[in-house]
Design a protein around this ligand. Structure first.
Ligand code: HSE
Length: 412
């Protein structure tokens, strides 16, 4: 029987998890694939003396590229430098590629899918969004009969872990981040997590699958969690909700795409409000299904390795559904300008006139918190656009009221 040979590129948290899961669960993987498989190479620039798979380690990508026996390449290097070059060359060499690299998919997905299609191989990336949660294939295949009109989610495990610890245990931002890093959740550079870039890449990938067009991260307004304070968390509780980092996208009737990443007040009635710790929750709104929610561990070695292995099995089986994954690069920005997007907003105000200004705001709901200082006020505004919000903030500032925070409200 033919043995399908795999090469794993990058032996970091996810790559080592893939190798571990492959050998630990080989019997069931083989049963599901219906074929023999083995990992022939592990590519990494580092040495791993004493590692049980030491004989498989190589440092030269050319060995993988030129070995016709290697049918499937797993990329867990990260970034879009070497990873992009190696993935592109692997596809051009007629090998299917499985990746967990969301930056690669968000920046180069349309191009790599086109090469895979031309070469009759697969480019698969279930692990790039939601860690161990199946979301890419369900969105592409199981919900294929739907017009998807929106997706919103908690897409970054590290920031969700940090916010949960800050809210529940009053832990400092730094301590919670350190814990997330120790648990293997964070990116190598945690700025990508806390500034929202990781969530941005993931919502871009989901938008591309949902709407069939590549959405580049550079067009997406992205804000992380670094300015969320304990006071905002208290006002969110007063509102009847929690603060979460939300990536959201929807399609307007004219075909343009609304997309953004920012903290949001999530009301307790929302299915996303109870998604805590490292868990991710992704809500897909379809015209036939209504709302469907995907929930599970969004980061970590073994959950992510599990998603990678599911793709390896699909690639080995040559699954037809997986082969059809595709979207186009239209070559232009089809997103709605950020200033036009509308929400209700939470505003935290300070100054001698703050309470008066809050009470006078048309259509606004005033919020309270315990031990609220005299010169502080908070409101939820009526629905306004970001442009109108900027004008409102400028008007408040010019009348001597400081705007200390503004956070959108996620509607159910
Ligand atoms: N750093 C990412 C997260 C890893 O925390 O969600 C999974 O993509």
């Amino acid at each position: 029987m033919e043995v399908k040979k795999i090469a794993v590129m990058g032996y970091g948290t996810v790559g080592s998890g893939v190798v571990e899961v492959f050998y630990k669960n080989y019997a069931s993987i083989k049963r599901r694939t219906g074929a023999e498989m083995d990992i022939k190479y592990i590519l990494d620039i580092r040495d791993f003396p004493g590692n049980e798979y030491e004989s498989k380690f190589i440092k030269d990508f050319n060995i993988i590229e030129s070995d016709p026996e290697v049918a499937i390449v797993v990329e867990t290097i990260g970034g879009i430098g070497l990873a992009y070059d190696f993935v592109r060359r692997s596809l051009l060499a007629g090998k299917s590629v499985v990746t967990s690299n969301k930056e690669l998919v968000a920046e180069k997905g349309a191009e790599l899918l086109q090469i895979a299609r031309d070469k009759g191989v697969m480019f698969l990336f279930e692990a790039s969004v939601g860690g161990g949660i199946p979301i890419i294939h369900p969105l592409h295949q199981c919900l294929a009969a739907n017009e998807i009109y929106g997706v919103e989610g908690i897409l970054n495990g590290t920031t969700n872990y940090i916010l949960t610890k800050m809210i529940r245990e009053k832990m400092s931002f730094e301590t919670a981040l350190k814990q997330a890093q120790d648990l293997g959740y964070a990116e190598r550079n945690p700025d990508a997590d806390v500034l929202g870039h990781d969530a941005c890449r993931k919502i871009c990938i989901l938008a591309a699958i949902a709407f069939g067009k590549h959405v580049y991260p550079k067009y997406v307004s992205t804000e992380g969690i670094t300015s969320v304070t304990a006071e905002d968390v208290e006002y969110a509780a007063g509102f009847g909700g929690v603060i979460k980092l939300i990536g959201s996208t929807s399609r307007r009737e004219d075909g343009r795409i609304e997309i953004e990443v920012s903290p949001a007040f999530v009301p307790s009635e929302s299915q996303l409000s109870g998604v805590d710790d490292v868990f991710n929750g992704i809500l897909v709104r379809g015209d036939a299904t209504g709302d469907v929610v995907f929930y599970g561990k969004g980061a970590g070695k073994l959950p992510t390795a599990s998603a990678v292995m599911a793709d390896v099995i699909d690639a080995a089986k040559g699954s037809e559904g997986a082969k059809n994954m595709f979207w186009v690069d239209t070559g232009c920005d089809e997103t709605v300008p950020h200033g036009e997007i509308e929400h209700r907003f939470y505003l935290r105000l300070a100054g001698a006139e703050a309470a008066k200004a809050a009470a006078a705001m048309e259509g606004a709901q005033v919020l309270y918190r315990e031990k609220q200082p005299d010169e502080e006020a908070a409101v939820i505004t009526a629905v306004v656009s970001y442009d109108a919000l900027d004008a409102l903030k400028a008007q408040l500032e010019s009348s001597g009221v400081k705007v200390l925070a503004n956070i959108r409200v996620l509607e159910n």
